[in-house]
Design a binder for this molecule. Structure first.
Ligand SMILES: [Zn+2]
Length: 124
């Protein structure tokens, strides 16, 4: 099965998202999450290169418009590993649902679908 990979070149959507992450409201929210985590990675306890990870995305919501419980403080390396795992998981879920034809997700990014329709996740 093909697995989504990150590219180093920003795509149009990523440029939009990057500008959101530079927004003062996100910077404040991210600092709050890092402080709540004690300025340590919640995976490895590292204190270098801290980032904030969205456990999932909800379409139309800005990065800072999430409950603190949906955000986790991770170092850059743990963030990268977790994102790769989650991207592969989301792709697998999307492909599975597409095969089952339980809904039309052909034009919907897996992450958005997962964020909006968690109740449709297959239980098997
Ligand atoms: Zn870490």
């Amino acid at each position: 099965m093909a697995i989504a990979t990150k590219t180093t070149t920003e795509q149009p959507g990523q440029t939009w998202y990057s500008s959101k992450l530079r927004d003062a409201r996100w910077q404040k929210k991210a600092a709050e999450i890092k402080a709540l985590a004690g300025w340590k990675c919640e995976e490895c306890s590292g204190m270098q290169d801290l980032t904030v990870h969205h456990c999932y995305y909800i379409r139309g919501r800005d990065p800072w418009e999430y409950d603190n419980g949906l955000l986790i403080c991770l170092c850059w390396e743990c963030h990268r590993e977790r994102q790769m795992f989650e991207d592969a998981l989301m792709l697998g879920i999307a492909l599975h649902l597409r095969q089952r034809a339980t809904c039309d997700i052909k034009n919907t990014p897996a992450w958005a679908f997962f964020g909006e329709k968690p109740e449709l996740l297959p239980l098997e």
